[in-house]
Design a protein around this ligand. Structure first.
Ligand SMILES: C[S@@+](CC[C@H](N)C(=O)[O-])C[C@H]1O[C@@H](n2cnc3c(N)ncnc32)[C@H](O)[C@@H]1O
Length: 221
């Protein structure tokens, strides 16, 4: 492992509002389950998570747009998540936090109805049919999001991958959801929307390669 990665891992241990339980799979619920508001943020404001947050660009940007909500970026890769965690510490962003874990384990970290919104930013598309159940919008993940969200809670998906996007719309059509907004080219269709203008590391890379960016937001009924 490179020296830089080791340095980031070590630093992550020292940062405030960074949580990284030991071991990949928990054998019991995480101690903050159902208590993130009071124990981490000291309030009962809505909690929003970003899944596969990478360097946490959305998590950090959203903390500024919405001071009345709390944001938690979640990723398994500590060296990536370090970037966002470092920013929330350096800039004393008190409504931002990071959690290093597997998304598959979310139900061990959050109580039913504890989340108000979920952002999924440029997820790995998992194109192989044999890996369909690892896609973050496959039925098993949608069922998990449904249980963790408050009634009417919103899921946002941003992706460069048209096949993944079309797959998601098919799964949503088979589920009981309300679609709020959708686009296969957000930067052309919503050029003045600051929420859409936030760009992640992967988004920049894919746009440079000429891909247009798809977005859909929806709620479970
Ligand atoms: C393509 S990258 C996108 C990162 C970031 N959202 C962006 O747009 O720059 C996908 C991210 O999801 C994370 N990831 C993939 N599967 C995961 C899982 N099952 N649990 C936690 N993180 C996961 C990866 O570590 C990676 O950082």
């Amino acid at each position: 492992m490179g020296k830089d990665k080791l340095r980031r891992f070590a630093e992550l241990e020292t940062l405030d509002r960074v949580f990284q339980p030991k071991g990949l799979f928990l054998d019991k619920d995480f101690e903050l389950k159902g208590k993130w508001g009071n124990e981490v943020f000291g309030n009962s404001k809505p909690i929003v998570v970003e899944l596969g947050c990478g360097r946490g660009e959305y998590t950090v940007a959203l903390t500024g747009f919405y001071p009345d909500k709390n944001f938690i970026g979640i990723d398994i890769k500590g060296a990536r998540l370090w970037r966002g965690a470092k920013t929330v510490n350096e800039e004393q962003i008190l409504n931002g936090a990071f959690l290093r874990t597997q998304i598959e384990q979310l139900a061990a970290f959050f109580a039913p109805g504890e989340l108000s919104e979920i952002w999924i930013t440029f997820p790995d598309p998992q194109p192989k049919k044999t890996r369909e159940n690892r896609r973050l919008t496959s039925p098993r993940f949608l069922a998990m999001y449904r249980s963790l969200l408050v009634p009417g809670g919103i899921v946002h998906l941003k992706t460069d991958n048209r096949t993944f996007y079309d797959y998601t719309l098919l799964k949503l059509a088979a589920d009981n959801v309300t679609i709020h907004r959708q686009s296969t080219d957000v930067h052309t269709e919503f050029p003045d929307d600051p929420l859409m203008a936030v760009q992640t590391t992967y988004e920049k890379k894919f746009r440079d390669q000429g891909f247009s960016i798809c977005y859909v937001s929806f709620s479970f009924q």
